[in-house]
Design a binder for this molecule. Structure first.
Ligand SMILES: *Cc1c(COP(=O)(O)O)cnc(C)c1O
Length: 388
């Protein structure tokens, strides 16, 4: 059939050579996915089973990222979400219903706590926030209607390392599933499934992305039935991921090992230096003995990453702690860690069950890829202003 030039803009017969191969996964963009015939149209989300059906369930770029995260975490299925928090919501909305109860560590990532307290509660899901160091004692908190035990190890900001195997044993004895937010270990420094976790998620935004320029999350499971529920919920909630972001995450994966190792060494050096400062009461870094759960970290983890907190001795006011953070020149102020730039954020944290109140004396640091010597010099000049 002959075509006008306007139609050629949409339906082209131009030919290019086939057989191209590069090392990079192409960015496959697309909402519409073509079917070979009218009768083959279907809207099944499980594209690994039925072939590609719609962009919402992922183009090959997203499916490759999911498969590679799954391989790294030794799972069976991985579902992607548009961010770490979206991954958290997806798990809860896929697996819970009104009348259910969940257990959530008091040290959990704050937006997770907010989702539970302010949204799930509206749909009749109740929650108990527990001492992150409770271990096997969790048994006493499990109710008839408890469905999930959330864990996050170490906890956000206060850094308690949890006894995941003990929690999992207690949970499984009562037919309750364990979910882990494994963001701090990038899904590689702690083997979730080997320690009894049923569902593991991470903010791919953090170490896999690695450059503070994308938002993505992943949920990985080893159970087919849970995967079916997650996939169906991902479809109904419409949690699409951008193939461009997935492509950046695939690039990030290639350098994850070298970035993590450089960041681990630098963060340890900075943490140890800080632990010896007279102004500092405590450094909450899982690899240092003063961190609650340090012995568990030693037992269960393959290494440490670059986020930890320091607690000042009683003395500085909130304003003085803010002034310390503002005096830092290399450490920038901002959320979302695990990129190449060091960050500092001051928090005000009241009492976590079983822990002393840190109040306004706690500052969380993210160590990036600047020279360790320069980072320590930066902290030293800011501490000297705090002393003055
Ligand atoms: C950042 C973070 C998340 C959320 O990730 P986003 O991609 O920013 O939504 C979840 N859990 C933890 C522990 C995080 O640090």
């Amino acid at each position: 059939m002959t075509k006008t030039w306007q139609t050629k803009l949409i339906h082209s017969d131009a030919i290019i050579p086939t057989g191209y191969k590069s090392l990079a996964t192409p960015v496959f963009r697309g909402s519409t996915t073509l079917f070979p015939s009218a009768s083959s149209v279907n809207d099944t989300w499980d594209q690994r089973k039925v072939g590609y059906t719609y962009g919402l369930y992922g183009t090959p770029t997203a499916l490759e990222l999911a498969a590679r995260i799954c391989e790294l975490e030794s799972g069976k299925h991985t579902v992607l979400a548009p961010g770490g928090q979206a991954a958290i919501s997806l798990i809860n909305l896929a697996l819970l219903q009104g009348g259910d109860h969940i257990l959530v560590p008091a040290s959990v990532y704050y937006p997770n706590r907010k989702l539970t307290g302010q949204l799930l509660s509206r749909f009749g899901v109740t929650a108990t926030f527990y001492d992150p160091l409770i271990g096997a004692g969790i048994s006493a908190l499990i109710q008839e209607n408890t469905r999930l035990i959330w864990t996050e190890s170490p906890g956000s900001i206060t850094m308690e390392v949890q006894d995941i195997p003990a929690l999992a044993t207690a949970a499984h004895a009562r037919n309750v599933r364990v979910v882990l937010d494994n963001t701090w270990s990038a899904g590689v420094l702690f083997d979730a499934f080997a320690h009894g976790v049923d569902i593991t998620m991470q903010a791919v935004t953090k170490y896999i992305g690695g450059h503070s320029d994308l938002l993505l999350g992943s949920v990985t499971v080893s159970d087919d039935a849970i995967h079916q529920r997650l996939g169906a919920a991902q479809q109904m909630l419409g949690l699409a991921v951008s193939p461009d972001d997935c492509s950046l995450a695939l690039r990030g994966l290639q350098t994850l090992a070298v970035r993590l190792s450089a960041i681990e060494n630098s963060a340890l050096a900075v943490a140890k230096w800080l632990a010896d400062r007279p102004e500092v009461e405590l450094v909450l870094h899982p690899a240092l003995p003063a961190c609650p759960g340090h012995e568990i970290w030693k037992r269960d983890f393959l290494g440490s990453s670059g986020v930890f907190s320091l607690v000042f001795k009683t003395g500085p006011t909130q304003e003085q702690v803010f002034a310390f953070v503002d005096a830092l020149k290399l450490f920038k102020v901002g959320y979302s860690w695990a990129g190449v730039t060091s960050l500092a954020v001051a928090y005000n944290i009241g009492r976590i069950p079983g822990r002393p109140p840190y109040n306004h004396r706690i500052v969380r640091l993210n160590i990036g890829l600047e020279s360790t010597t320069d980072l320590i010099a930066d902290l030293e000049q800011a501490l000297s202003k705090l002393r003055a």
